[in-house]
Every structure is written in structure tokens, then in C-alpha cells.
Design a protein around this ligand. Structure first.
Ligand code: NOJ
Length: 608
């Protein structure tokens, strides 16, 4: 039964030295209008094979979900002043960039992914003055700022849409996609969030249907209209002039549509990427955006989603294409299932992406974001004996792979899924609408509740657990979504005091990556591919070689690898105590190679 639920729900869904190079004078925000591509890096003297250094390759991006991070004014909703109050915490992590989910004015049908004014701040989050203070505070701490830009769709409450729907001959009509009803019903399009999964919504005002790939309140913008595109570039300039350092383009692979609206084959929605991603002219739009924006501002650019295949991904980000910087692909986060997952699949996905991008282009590495349930609950083991160990092990993975890490807030504490029992506790419109859809078609709702306990986005959106005071120190009011009841034991304040906590381990890993360019640029080699529980790989760069060993299981495990461990130096381990007894057999290697023992969820890094 469980398998029958669609897994669409967004599986789609050093370095003080770095500072002057990146920001000019320490403490000063970057110049806003510097022309030319953003490619200065702390390792600019080094020339790794096929990969030119760039700050966004060396960045460690920390994603903040503003609604759930820290509430300052007590209304139960996180806000910009709350983030400002935690700037020193962000600095203490060592991260070098922050990606914030949308903060623009929004009626919040989809928590800010439905924008009603692209040049203003959502009232629940604060004011433009707060934004300016936040940006300055980040820059003073040498942290760059990546803005979430949602331009596949706007809110239906945006002035453009109000105008567009008002009459068929309104100048804004073509900012959106309309199908006049006298032509009959439009060809079926799947909507990710609609309660009937129907992406065309009838509007009696002009007797026409409008398109919404997401919710009814998120009408899709018409990128074929040059006037619309000009508006978007104007918005990007507005924020780039304020000094933002990057744009994350939400759902961008969907912006281009075949507006002859061909009929898609029955059941297309089961593989809708093939039909929705990288439509006609998408690359023309990106090249135009590059000419208008990216070639003039030193910003990084990443689009959500990387197309249908590796070629699409390369076409989006290879430097000679002059489109985007980074590919952000979902294959990795699509691996876990409620019934578990195979490490072989996990390794295969990450190895495949690494090898496809070994010489050209650049990817992101992540195991979670605001569209996913918690990393430790999906990829690790969140039961008390293993929660901390497995979350540190996963952190080791993210920070030792090639690609820019995007690390989700709260994962540094090992925050877990909340697993709501009642549908009334969920807040995400996508889950609530899908629940209704399943109910309408007579699905097994008990099985559905199990499914969302594992996969729902709200699992990753519960308030950040700052301390053991009421509401985990997130708010003095009533939080917009329940706090995970494990906060008295799982919180930042407690972890600050414990040198071996996931939080302090994250800091160590961040520092290690920043000090060792081998983790950014080094060649990756998967060593023990057939091992069902151990992930063993090396990273090698300019004469430096690191070995990473990760036990993905709750039992002792062994890896046999063709590596000479005779002079290996242990750099980091996620266990407090040293390994009891003999860890390495045949360190110099024999026919079977060196054999290394690992404890449950152990992660170790050796310098070879
Ligand atoms: C992807 C975003 O990450 C997600 O949160 C949002 O619901 C959809 N795009 C629609 O904007």
C-alpha cells in the first residue's frame, strides 16, 4: 500500500585567509556592481584539472527556513529580527553563505513561495530596514547571502495577476497562461499541489482557465512574454544592487512551457519531469538572464532542479554555456523510502553525479532542505542510541564530498521528524491538499498517515530547538507549527556545552573542509562499492589524499580497501572514545587490501 503513494512531494523535490579574497577588506560587504563573473576564490593560485576555483565552489551554504528559525516579536512566526539575534551563532558555525527561503510579501499559501510583491518584505518577517540590517550583519561576519527567487509563478494576489484576470485585453493578460473556455477544456496538466491535481483552474470572470503547476494561488508566469522577463530582471537588479550574493531560482526548470499545449500521454504525471522540465527556450531565457544580470554582478546562481538527465544538467551549468553556476539535483534525496533504502543505491547516485561532473560543471551536495523530512530520520537512525552518531556520520558525508554543500538548519543538532499523529497538526498546504485528494479517491488513510509521518515537508519545518525553555526558545508566543517534543534533550544550548555534540562536530567538519581544498576540489574515488553498509572513498588533490569511511549501519562493520594504511593519520572521528582493540588488519595491504573495522554509524577520516 505504502508504495502506491506518489513520491512526488518534492523529491523533485584556511579560512581567515579566504576572507580578504572574498570580501575585499575584512568586514566590508562585497562591492555591489562589480562587473564580471563571480569566480574569485581563496585557492585562486591553484588550478585543479578541469575545474577553475570559484568562491561558490568553496562555499558552505547553510539554509535557513525563516518561518521556523527564531521568532523575535512573539507572534509565533520566525522573523528577520530573530535571525539577526542569531548572527553570532551563524558565525560560530563557520559557514560561509546563507540561503534564506523567500521573505517577500506573500499571503503565505505556500509559506512565501507565493509572492505578491517582489520588492517588499513579508509583514510577518519584518521590514526592509530589518533586511538591510541582516544583510550587513552577515557581510560583517563574512557570510554571503543567497536570495530565493520564485519566478515560475507568483501569488494570485500579485498586482500582475489581479490585472491579468480582470479582462482578456488587459496589458498584463499575457503575464500568465490562459486558455479561453470556448475552446473547450484545456489538455490535462498535472498540478503538484492542487487538491484535484489539476493544473488548470477555471475563472468565470473572463470565462477562461489559468495554469498553475503548484497551488491555485500560484499561477504560472508566462516566460514567453518579453515584458514579463524584463520585469524579472528588474527585480533581480533591485536585490543585486542591495548587495545580495546569489540567487536560488525556485522551480526554474519548469518555467518554459510548450504553449501549443500538446496532449500528454495518459499517466505522464508519474514521470512528469520528462514533460515539464527544460521546455522550449529555457536555455535562451537563462542566457538572456546571464547577459542582463550574472555577467554584471558577482553573484552565484543555482536553479532548483537539474533537468531530465546529465546532459540537461551540464547544459544548465557548464561555464562555457554562460547560464548558471551550480546544478541542484534531487536524485540523492529521492533515495530513502519509508521501508528503508539500500546504501548501494545511495553510493551509485552520488558516484554517478560525481563522475559526470568530474571535469566540467559543478554540483550541489545536500541531504535535506525545507521540502524534505529530516535528514537523520530519512538517511540515518533517529532512535536515541544512534541519533547523534548517525547525524554526525551524515554531516561527514556532506562535508567531504565534491560539490558545494547545502546544509539545512537544525541538521547540525540532529533534529528529527516530528511524526504528527493527526492531520490537524500539519500546516503545509501541499500535504493537506494531497490528504484530501487521497481521501476523495478512497485511499487507505491509515497507511497514508504513516507515509506522511516519514515524508511530509512539515517534519523539516518544526521550530529550531534553541534551548530547553518553553517552545524550545523559538518563540514567546504560540508557534505556527508544533515544536518537536524532544526539545528538552535535543537543543542547541545543551549541545554547546558538549564538545562531542553534533553541533560541535559540525563546526569541526566545517573548519576541516575550509582548511583543506582537497575536500572541495579533490578527485573522488569510491573504494568498496559492493560493501552493503560501508561507504569508503578517497579524495585526492595536489598530492594530498584523504580517506573517508562511513558505516551506514547500526552494527559493527568492516571494509576492505586497496589502500596502504601503514602511515595513515587519523584526522577526525565521530566517536568520543578511541577504538577499543585493533582497528586495522593488514595495514600495508595484502591480496584483500587493508581491512578496517568500524563501529555503528562510525565516521572516520584519515590522511593518507
Ligand atoms: C520549490 C520550493 O522549494 C517549494 O518549497 C515550493 O513549494 C515550490 N517550489 C513552489 O514554489
Amino acid at each position: 500500500m505504502k508504495k502506491s503513494f506518489f513520491f512526488i512531494c518534492f523529491t523533485f523535490f584556511s579560512c581567515s585567509l579566504i576572507v580578504p579574497a572574498v570580501f575585499g577588506q575584512a568586514g566590508r560587504p562585497p562591492a555591489t556592481k562589480t562587473p564580471g563573473p563571480a569566480n574569485r576564490s581563496s585557492h585562486a593560485g591553484l588550478q585543479p584539472d578541469g575545474n577553475k576555483p570559484a568562491w561558490w565552489k568553496e562555499a558552505i551554504v547553510y539554509q535557513i527556513y525563516p518561518r521556523s528559525f527564531k521568532d523575535h516579536d512573539g507572534d509565533g512566526i520566525g522573523d528577520l529580527k530573530g535571525i539577526i539575534s542569531k548572527l553570532d551563532y551563524l558565525k560560530s558555525l563557520g559557514i560561509t553563505a546563507v540561503w534564506l527561503n523567500p521573505i517577500y510579501s506573500s499571503p503565505n499559501d505556500d509559506n512565501g513561495y507565493d509572492i505578491s510583491d517582489y520588492r517588499n518584505i513579508m509583514k510577518e518577517f519584518g521590514t526592509m530596514e530589518d533586511f538591510n540590517v541582516l544583510l550587513k550583519g552577515l557581510h560583517e561576519r563574512h557570510i554571503r547571502f543567497v536570495m530565493d527567487l520564485v519566478v515560475n509563478h507568483s501569488s494570485d494576489e500579485h498586482e500582475w495577476f489581479r490585472q491579468s484576470r480582470s479582462s482578456r485585453d488587459n496589458p498584463y493578460r499575457n503575464y500568465y497562461h490562459w486558455w479561453n473556455a470556448e475552446r473547450g477544456k484545456p489538455p490535462y496538466r498535472y498540478s503538484l499541489f492542487d487538491v484535484n491535481h489539476d493544473a488548470w483552474r477555471y475563472d468565470s470572470l473572463t470565462d477562461a482557465y489559468y495554469l498553475h503547476y503548484f497551488s491555485r494561488k500560484q499561477p504560472d508566469l508566462n516566460w514567453e512574454n518579453p515584458a514579463l522577463r524584463k520585469e524579472i530582471y528588474g527585480i533581480m537588479r533591485f536585490w543585486a544592487d542591495k548587495g545580495v550574493d546569489g540567487f536560488r531560482l525556485d522551480a526554474f526548470q519548469f518555467v518554459a512551457k510548450d504553449t501549443t499545449w500538446p496532449k500528454f500521454p495518459d499517466g505522464f504525471e508519474k514521470d512528469f519531469f520528462q514533460y515539464y522540465a527544460i521546455g522550449p527556450h529555457l536555455h535562451d531565457y537563462l542566457r538572456e538572464m546571464y547577459g542582463q544580470i550574472f555577467s554584471h554582478y558577482p553573484v552565484m546562481s543555482v536553479a532548483e532542479g537539474a533537468g531530465r538527465n546529465m546532459q540537461d544538467a551540464h547544459d544548465l551549468v557548464d561555464a562555457d554555456r554562460k547560464e548558471l553556476n551550480l546544478a541542484y539535483a534531487f536524485d540523492g534525496v529521492s533515495v530513502p523510502r519509508p521501508e528503508g533504502y539500500k546504501l548501494s543505491e545511495f553510493k551509485e547516485v552520488f558516484s554517478r553525479w560525481d563522475s559526470a561532473f568530474a571535469d566540467k560543471g559543478w554540483i550541489s551536495i545536500f541531504l535535506a532542505n525545507h521540502d524534505q523530512a529530516r535528514m537523520v530520520s530519512r538517511f540515518g537512525n533517529d532512535s536515541p542510541p544512534f541519533r547523534e552518531l548517525s547525524s554526525k556520520m551524515l554531516t561527514t558525508f556532506i562535508l567531504t564530498m565534491r560539490g558545494t554543500p547545502f546544509y539545512y538548519n537544525g541538521d547540525e543538532l540532529g533534529m528529527t521528524n516530528i511524526r504528527f499523529d493527526k492531520i490537524e497538526d500539519y500546516r503545509d498546504m501541499a500535504t493537506l491538499n494531497d490528504y484530501q485528494y487521497q481521501k476523495n479517491k478512497g485511499a487507505d488513510m491509515a497507511a497514508y498517515m504513516d507515509f506522511i509521518r516519514f515524508s511530509a515537508r512539515d517534519n523539516g519545518r518544526t521550530p529550531f530547538q534553541w534551548d530547553s525553555s518553553p517552545q524550545a526558545g523559538f518563540t514567546a508566543g504560540e508557534p505556527w507549527i508544533k515544536v518537536n517534543p524532544n526539545y528538552p534533550v535535543l537543543n542547541a544550548a545543551a549541545q554547546e556545552k558538549d564538545p562531542a555534540s553534533p553541533l560541535n562536530y559540525f563546526r569541526k567538519m566545517v573548519a576541516l573542509r575550509k582548511k583543506n581544498p582537497v575536500f572541495v576540489y579533490g578527485r573522488y574515488l569510491d573504494l568498496d562499492r559492493e560493501n552493503p553498509v560501508v561507504y569508503a572513498y578517497t579524495r585526492e588533490y595536489r598530492g594530498q589524499k584523504m580517506l573517508v569511511l562511513l558505516n551506514f549501519s547500526a552494527t559493527d562493520a568492516k571494509t576492505a580497501i586497496p589502500v596502504n594504511m601503514a602511515n595513515a593519520k587519523l584526522i577526525l572521528s565521530n566517536y568520543k572514545d578511541v577504538f577499543p582493540g585493533k582497528r586495522i588488519e593488514a595495514p600495508g595491504g595484502d591480496r584483500a587490501g587493508a581491512r578496517i573495522m568500524l563501529r555503528p554509524y562510525e565516521a572516520i577520516i584519515y590522511k593518507l
